[in-house]
Design a protein around this ligand. Structure first.
Ligand code: MG
Length: 382
């Protein structure tokens, strides 16, 4: 049994906003039409997909389906019915056993809807099957004022794709008067018996501007959380300031290091590198490389952030603890947070800087050096 899908994408569909027909609106990097086509191509029962387009949109169509192997698009007509008719006529030579006529704006049809259609069509006596959902809201009649009730029992909200024996729906179309809004209408007018098949809310029709946000939320890539830590130490030496979180802080000593010895930025850099398993700061900026002698450490952190972003990641939060007896961090904390946020390109609310002493214990307690530890939280594509 051969099954071919016919996607109707000839409409001007600008009610959803802008001059671009809605089927060509971008939803998470792909036009709505491409989402619709890919959902159909992904189903093993469907052998091929032909799209009916407005010839004015040919360039948009070509861009939307780039890389997909589809038959040439069919030029649509002045009405939806004429467009579908043109599509059906284009399939006459191939003559599939079943055609599924589908609206491009119902771009997110789950496989289960197509499974159910195929199950209904497996009965040779079934001429057509159409997905539908029962009406659950109360129905009342009225224009300015309510004037009556409607019995919702047996009422169905009709979706697509609508599956038919190809020969039967072609004949019904050829015989039909203009004006039907879908194949179900034409089939019923022709006296064909059409089965009710389970629909799905996810097969909603993108119509209003708010539907694009819903579509974007449905197709957003799934992200997984990662957290990683970083730790760094530098020894005190001669000097009158230290660099800490990109801020020059006056002090009785300096910090000794190949770069500017900014323990804060180094710890955060290692934490970020850890979230993507990209080694440590020494791998990226080896102390043996003269380029990094005395280097400002903001470039190390910016590089780590760029690697996270290149991996499709979002930096959710960084939290740093600076460990020393002196200098006092508190007065510089706001400037440090601002600087880290600016280097990372995130809002300052996503940056935390804390400080602690070690109560005179250990190397930090003896003021031989300074330590910092950080944790970074990111989200990465799953
Ligand atoms: Mg270091």
């Amino acid at each position: 049994m051969t099954v071919h899908a016919l996607v109707v994408a000839a409409g001007k569909g600008v009610r959803a906003g802008g001059d671009l027909p809605k089927q060509y609106h971008d939803i998470n990097g792909r036009p709505l039409l491409r989402h619709a086509i890919e959902a159909l191509l992904a189903h093993p029962a469907i052998d091929g997909v032909t799209v009916v387009i407005n010839p004015d949109d040919r360039a948009l169509y070509d861009a939307a389906v780039a890389g997909l192997s589809l038959p040439a698009p069919v030029q649509g007509g002045a009405t939806r019915q004429l467009s579908v008719r043109a599509g059906l006529e284009a399939l006459v030579v191939a003559a599939p056993d079943i055609v599924m006529v589908h609206d491009a704006a119902r771009a997110f049809v789950p496989a289960t809807v197509i499974d159910a259609l195929m199950a209904a069509m497996a009965d040779a006596a079934t001429i057509g099957a159409v997905p539908a959902l029962p009406v659950t809201d109360s129905l009342r009649h009225g224009h300015t004022y309510f004037d009556g009730s409607v019995d919702r029992d047996g009422l169905q909200r009709v979706q697509t794709p609508q599956a038919f024996r190809f020969a039967a729906i072609l004949a019904a179309h050829r015989a039909a008067a203009c004006g039907a809004t879908d194949e179900l209408g034409i089939a019923l007018a022709a006296g064909l018996r059409v089965a009710v098949s389970p629909g799905d809310e996810r097969a909603f029709k993108v119509t209003e501007p708010a539907d694009f946000a819903k579509a974007a939320a449905m197709t957003a890539p799934s992200l997984t959380s990662r957290a990683a830590t970083g730790f760094d130490v530098h020894r005190f030496g001669p000097g009158d300031h230290v660099w800490l979180c990109g801020i020059k802080v006056p002090h009785s000593h300096g910090l000794v290091g190949h770069s500017d010895a900014d323990v804060g930025l180094h710890a955060i850099t290692d934490a970020l590198l850890g979230t993507i398993g990209a080694g440590d700061i020494g791998d990226h900026f080896p102390p043996s490389d003269v380029r990094w002698k005395g280097a400002a450490s903001d470039q190390f952190l910016a590089h780590a952030a760029s690697l996270v972003r290149a991996a499709g990641g979002h930096i959710d939060h960084v939290d740093l603890t600076i460990i020393c007896e002196r200098p006092k961090v508190g007065p510089y904390r706001p400037a440090m947070r601002d600087r880290i946020a600016a280097i990372l390109g995130v809002d300052v609310s996503r940056v935390s800087v804390k400080a602690t002493t070690t109560e005179g214990l250990g190397f930090t307690g003896r003021s031989e050096g300074m330590a910092a530890q950080a944790i970074a939280s990111v989200r990465l594509p799953a």
